[in-house]
Design a protein around this ligand. Structure first.
Ligand SMILES: [Fe+2]
Length: 248
């Protein structure tokens, strides 16, 4: 039996309340095609890392996503992005309440001995209860490497339009904690609609492309680079982490 941990990260699906296309892109069909490919892989976990819904956490979008995942053969976890609504996500997906706050979706999970931490940046910031929780999580983990997932990158990433207009607000607080922890080396994000890995000090911030469209990273204006749906594969064995982006 394979002992490595295999995760697929799918992000920024922006599923609308109806089957209306966005700029001619059938977002529902693109997501379904990605699921079809991932269903055939050996996966331990699928992470849907936020902006599941098109605009403001439409319940119809969550109902549709839940149905789309009904026959998916691997476990999945949900995260919230700035276009999501955590309370509605909890209701539709029947997610357990958070002991810290029912309106935030941050939690930890251990799979095959690997600790995974999930933060909620759906309000464009990492809130105080999460800062306290993250600090405690990292302290109790004895510096054992963890994988951190957060919708917004916790640092500017050299993507001009997104850095200038849609970056995480007040990232310093969370970044300081991450910077001080040798347990955090790999940080997996969405939100930027780009395929890029940024190295800051010894941390790698992996930006995962959307299933809808990708944005030109070097352009100060909003410009779509292409509309091929992408996702990220993460392969962990011991302390080794290998990751790559794939496209349909
Ligand atoms: Fe986002």
């Amino acid at each position: 039996m394979a002992t490595n941990l295999l995760i697929a990260q799918v992000t920024d699906m922006h599923i609308g309340p109806s089957n209306v296309s966005f700029r001619g892109i059938n977002v529902r069909e693109q997501f379904l095609k990605v699921l079809e490919v991932l269903a055939k892989k050996r996966l331990d976990l699928l992470v849907l890392s936020g902006d599941l819904a098109a605009a403001e956490g439409e319940p119809e979008a969550y109902t549709w996503i839940k149905a789309a995942l009904e026959n998916f053969p691997h476990p999945y976890m949900l995260m919230a992005g700035n276009h999501d609504h955590v309370i509605r996500m909890r209701r539709v997906f029947d997610l357990p309440d958070n002991e810290h706050s029912p309106s935030m979706l941050f939690f930890a999970k251990t799979i095959k001995g690997k600790r995974l931490l999930f933060l909620d940046s759906s309000r464009y910031r990492v809130t105080k209860p999460q800062i306290e929780w993250l600090t405690a999580e990292l302290a109790k983990n004895d510096n054992k490497p963890v994988l951190l997932f957060i919708h917004h990158p916790p640092h500017l990433c050299g993507c001009q339009f997104m850095d200038d207009h849609h970056a995480l607000q007040t990232p310093d607080e969370v970044w300081q904690i991450l910077e001080q922890s040798s347990a955090v080396q790999h940080i997996f994000c969405g939100h930027y609609h780009v395929d890029k890995t940024v190295v800051i000090n010894d941390k790698l911030i992996h930006l995962t492309p959307s299933t809808v469209f990708q944005i030109e990273a070097d352009n100060p204006e909003f410009a779509i680079e292409h509309t091929k749906p992408g996702w990220r594969m993460i392969d962990c064995k011991g302390t080794q982490v290998r990751t790559r982006v794939e496209y349909l």
